[in-house]
Design a protein around this ligand. Structure first.
Ligand code: FES
Ligand code: FES
Length: 171
């Protein structure tokens, strides 16, 4: 890890949505600020900065984590997926399509974090029941309180993911 002594900054290199990216961060710089201000990945939102609201959730090596509870220097060399990495080019993921169909966002502030948690959860638990989805979503706060649409979208996305998985098995 290269250190710029004059600015007390450390070089941090990550794979961000499949692309190798580097930037500099002070030891105290939060991962949220590194992503947004140093790398320009502003899809990750900052709400409470206390690990409570879930708005800042990203996937670190495939696992959802609160980016406001990580320091940028802790993730050097790691793989990070943010909301910008959900679509394949212009093709939205099944989850994103379901959110659009069910109007599962209002202001959208909480949406990126919810999508990143659901993306990992449904990949690991495609057979999740509505109750399990509701329990998972209890770790996220939506200030607009539009939870019904979010749950409906997640349930539909789970079905779409199950269907795609079963078709892949048949092939
Ligand atoms: Fe990270 Fe609220 S901003 S949990
Ligand atoms: Fe506004 Fe959730 S859509 S905070």
């Amino acid at each position: 890890m290269q250190v710029l002594k004059s600015a007390a900054k450390h070089q941090v290199s990550i794979t961000l949505n499949g692309v190798r990216r580097s930037g500099f961060a002070e030891p105290r710089t939060l991962l949220t600020d590194f992503l947004r201000h140093e790398l320009g990945a502003t899809g990750t939102h900052v709400g409470c900065e206390h690990g409570v609201c879930g708005a800042c959730t990203i996937q670190l090596d495939g696992v959802p984590v609160r980016a406001c509870l990580k320091l940028a220097v802790q993730v050097d060399g790691r793989d990070i997926k943010t909301v910008e990495g959900l679509a394949s080019g212009s093709q939205m993921s099944a989850l994103q399509l379901a959110f659009r169909k069910h109007h599962a966002l209002q202001c959208g502030f909480c949406t990126a974090g919810i999508l990143m948690s659901l993306d990992a959860f449904l990949a690991a638990t495609p057979g999740a029941s509505e109750q399990q989805i509701r329990e998972m979503l209890s770790g996220h706060l939506c200030r607009c309180t539009g939870y019904t649409g979010i749950v409906d979208a997640a349930v539909e996305a789970a079905a779409a993911i199950r269907s795609t998985s079963s078709q892949a098995v048949k092939v």
